[in-house]
Design a binder for this molecule. Structure first.
Ligand SMILES: Cc1cc2nc3c(=O)[nH]c(=O)nc-3n(C[C@H](O)[C@H](O)[C@H](O)COP(=O)(O)OP(=O)(O)OC[C@H]3O[C@@H](n4cnc5c(N)ncnc54)[C@H](O)[C@@H]3O)c2cc1C
Length: 311
């Protein structure tokens, strides 16, 4: 219920104004976001790589309404990848990038899909030059079919382009089954957006069962599963399932968000697992922050405490 209210409130300009201008908001943001600039993102990447973690960088922003802005987001990724490459941080996919299709044009009223495809292809080419990969984030349920179409269109040229599937959607087990071929990189997460009951599971127990079902499909296939969750139970299930399937440690990875369960991230990495941290950066952090607050009361409490402490 709280999650629904927060996700609904996130669309309100008034709520946005209150949150973005509150004096101590930036302290909360700093817990989940590397900083405003590519320099901040690269410094954070260096620290995480030095700790034996892998990284996926996300330039914050979504729902771009203007083609020039969509191209500018792609330019930012291209520049970032060139810097990661020349600094030796991207080789072997150690640091890669995550891209939201609506940030590079998918939601444009005209030629959205074509614009997004062109921009993503540019980012993929830059990633290939740097020796790394791109993963398409999955946004709300109305974008899933178009995002999977983009993936299918671009994979012949960029076979290591990955995508995200969300276990809260009823369709995702079927989508997982369609993406188990060798080389297919799929990040499985629970899903962070609002969706009507008809398309999404309503209870967290059902979402978790669906996650377990999807991870079995992915780990049982020939692709490269990327298991994105902070949920200790699902992480245990993933580890057991990987053993049953005879998966080598390098044939799949765990993923978590920057600032969430960092000790567990290090524990998994030091045990020999591939552990990737999703690191957002940029000044357009509002939508990302609200989704983090909505998924966990403790995150919200942390935020409210910092607001109260201003007074
Ligand atoms: C790498 C990555 C990429 C993602 N990409 C996308 C995407 O493209 N599209 C999308 O819709 N969503 C994405 N998400 C978000 C995802 O869908 C979930 O909203 C988010 O991960 C929270 O779900 P959870 O699996 O951690 O489980 P939750 O149900 O939120 O938490 C389960 C359990 O995990 C533990 N836990 C969670 N948070 C904490 C914490 N702060 N401290 C201690 N324990 C904690 C607790 O035990 C909790 O009960 C991504 C998540 C990750 C990790």
């Amino acid at each position: 219920m709280l999650r629904r209210i927060l996700l609904a409130a996130s669309a309100s300009h008034r709520v946005r104004q209150i949150i973005t201008t509150a004096p101590y908001t930036r302290d909360v943001v700093a817990r989940f976001v590397a900083g405003d600039t590519a320099d901040d993102a690269i410094a954070c990447t260096r620290r995480l790589l030095a700790d034996g973690l892998l990284v996926s960088l996300d330039y914050l922003g979504e729902d771009t309404a203007d083609p020039d802005q969509a191209a500018a987001v792609a330019d930012e990724y291209v520049r970032l990848l060139a810097r990661l490459g020349s600094a030796g941080l991207a080789s072997g996919g150690r640091a890669e990038v995550s891209v939201k299709p609506t940030a590079v044009g998918l939601g444009l009223p005209e030629h959205g899909e074509k614009t997004a495809a062109g921009n993503i292809a540019r980012i993929c080419a830059a990633a290939r030059d740097a020796g790394t990969t791109v993963t398409l984030d999955m946004e709300d349920h109305t974008r899933v079919t178009a995002t999977l179409r983009l993936l299918a269109e671009l994979r012949p040229d960029f076979p290591d382009l990955g995508c995200v599937l969300q276990s809260y959607l009823r369709r995702s087990a079927d989508d997982c089954a369609g993406l188990t071929a060798a080389g297919s990189r799929v990040r499985l997460c629970k899903g962070a957006y609002r969706a009507p009951d008809g398309v999404a599971f309503a209870s967290s127990a059902e979402v978790d069962r669906s996650y377990a079902r999807c991870l079995r499909i992915l780990l049982g296939g020939d692709g490269y599963p990327m298991l994105a969750t902070h949920d200790p139970r699902l992480i245990r299930i993933a580890g057991t399932r990987a053993e049953v399937e005879g998966r080598a440690a390098g044939s799949f990875e765990y993923q978590m968000l920057y600032g969430i369960r960092p000790a567990e991230q290090r524990r998994l990495a030091s045990g020999g697992a591939r552990m990737r941290v999703y690191v957002p950066y940029g000044s357009d952090w509002y939508g990302y922050l609200v989704r983090r607050l909505a998924e966990r009361p403790a995150n919200l409490a942390f935020f409210l405490r910092s607001l109260i402490s201003t007074g």
